[in-house]
Design a protein around this ligand. Sequence first.
Ligand SMILES: Nc1ncnc2c1ncn2[C@@H]1O[C@H](COP(=O)(O)OP(=O)(O)OP(=O)(O)O)[C@@H](O)[C@H]1O
Ligand SMILES: [Mg+2]
Length: 489
Amino acid sequence: MVGVSKSFGGAAALQEIDFAVRSGEVHALVGMNGAGKSTLVKILSGALAPDSGEVLIDGGRHGALTPRRTRALGVSIVYQHRTLVPQLTVAENMLLGRLPRRMGAVDWRRAHAEAAMALSTLGVEVATRAITGELGQAQQTLVEIAREVATGGKVLILDEPTASLGGADAVTVHDLVRKLSSAGISVIYISHHLDEVLGLAERITVLRDGRRVTTAAGADMDLPKLVRAMTGEQLDQERPQRAIPGGETVIEIDGLASGKRLAELTLSVRASEVVAVLGPAGDGQSELFPLLSGQRRPSGGRIRIAGTEVASGSVGAALSAGLRCITGDRLAHGLVPGLTVDENLDLTRRGLDRPWLVRWKRLHREASVARSRYGVTTIQADPPVSALSGGNQQKVLLAKWLDSSVQACLLEEPTNGVDVAAKSEIHHLIDNLAEHGTAVLLASTDVEEVLRLADRVVVVRTGRVVADLPVDGLSRDALVSLTVGGTAS
Ligand SMILES: Nc1ncnc2c1ncn2[C@@H]1O[C@H](COP(=O)(O)OP(=O)(O)OP(=O)(O)O)[C@@H](O)[C@H]1O
Ligand SMILES: [Mg+2]
């Protein structure tokens, strides 16, 4: 890419970017939320046209690029948001647009065999007949990566592939990246997990505010240098002292059960307490959001908020009990992508209190308070949420659902896709919530985050609580071992 620039509505997202990828290298692309990473790779993949500058593939110019053309030229991409069709099976998603045919009809037997082959060469264990929307986030990501790898390209772009994956699944992705690179395939790897980037990348390019700051060998970089290049400053990540919570019990979950995934979940969270729920991915904690938010009715058990039982399977009941559930899948369940930032921020408040009247001035005024509290940055005044960078969408999600009056909340991957600075801001905001008496249930696959935020961890395995212990004194290794199914000692 030579001298690539791109603006949206007059605001510059990328300015004069030079970016080159060698064959077989893992080239990481890092930068703060909104730095321009996704925009750059969308231009490379032909999904967006640059305003100026050129993209050369194999040294050649290929005119205006489209996703179809770049794919034919060997460049494939896994976008930051999942693009699978939830209602279709895994095989259908993987072969969408190129299902094998025999005598005019789809050859399903071959389709399943091809999909199964593509999955198994990557070591992904997912049934090709499974309905995609019923898979966990991790499995969906792996299916999407497998789909792109199966197209047999020379360059694979992964835009935050591990943002919503836990340790073990992230390692599957890392192994895959190494395997591809040693097979001569170039991987462009975008991630906010900087330790991951340092462990994987041969070269690292840092973007800041739409400009390229540096391209350096991974071996010449370390965490402080990288953070400085990204932010222009240093950050501290200390765990603050918080009083040991001793308040009333606010969240009581008693014998909650749901299908095969959750046999019996019992736990409680007191006012001002942060309790993390851990376990191998898919082992129960992924059930928390649908069950607690009222999206799905549990097959057994009870939920009480501040002593009052919440009618099960009702979103309205959960909300009016003062429970806010924040999804790890912001575009599907938390935000209305077609509405603007301010409209989204207003929606929860108006939707809950005064349903009919929209007063625009007041809407923007109130929204701007929430925006600045959560550090939402946009290059335009009030763009649709779908036009925001991933990390900024995450901040809008939190700002939308959390205000100081919240009694209890479930936070599913609260810092999914946010940059290092925003991550520590969000951690401070969660500290603040807890200090003001909110009971916080945290479902995070990020071990550092759990150590930083939680007072207590509850470990769920095969659908049951197998451990409930204070975080104080727990080491990082002990916590990792607990998540993957070992013991703390
Ligand atoms: N379609 C669009 N319309 C308007 N603005 C856009 C559009 N796409 C991106 N932007 C803006 O361009 C800037 C760069 O966004 P981009 O998505 O490339 O950031 P990013 O580096 O990928 O951030 P993140 O780490 O949060 O994913 C942001 O300010 C974003 O709001
Ligand atoms: Mg992005």
